[in-house]
Design a protein around this ligand. Structure first.
Ligand code: CDP
Ligand code: MG
Length: 136
């Protein structure tokens, strides 16, 4: 089934000049980048994107990290796009992420794991709605 999902290249990706590498992996998989924008996240956007994590002990440092530099938000479309992107990025903790995945190849610690991607269809609709309401 053709799906849309929200991908965000986090500040570590921008800082380490890995934007092209990560976009390239999505493209080589056959996924389409149907919208893309560089933005500065603010408190409201971080709280909205990460609403299920509000109140967790890692939320404050996560928020500061996400607001530390601009990020790139992308709407990605393709066959089984939600699971497909999750498989490409790998496990949340880069130490657990398999080699060959983005987090497995480039990440070292959980907070700075390079990329966010929606984890299920309801999340994809909610998260795309934050940044690309015209696509919902
Ligand atoms: O990003 P993913 O869906 O794989 O993981 P999550 O459990 O939904 O957590 C969202 C983000 O919070 C992670 O990608 C990490 O950047 C951050 N996080 C953290 O800093 N420390 C944790 N213990 C768990 C998550
Ligand atoms: Mg998540």
């Amino acid at each position: 089934m053709i799906e849309k999902t929200l991908v965000m290249l986090k500040p570590d990706t921008i800082k380490r000049k890995l934007m092209g590498e990560i976009i390239s992996r999505l493209e080589k998989k056959g996924l389409d980048i149907i919208a893309m924008r560089m933005i500065q996240m603010d408190e409201g956007l971080v709280s909205s994107l990460y609403e299920e994590h509000l109140g967790r002990d890692y939320f404050q440092p996560l928020k500061e990290f996400i607001m530390s530099l601009p990020v790139v938000v992308c709407a990605v479309q393709g066959e089984n796009a939600i699971l497909s992107v999750r498989k490409l990025i790998g496990a949340t903790n880069p130490q657990d992420a398999a080699p060959g995945t983005i987090r497995g190849d480039y990440g070292a610690i959980t907070r700075c794991n390079l990329v966010h991607a929606s984890d299920k269809p309801e999340t994809a609709v909610r998260e795309l709605g934050i940044f690309f309401p015209e696509l919902i």
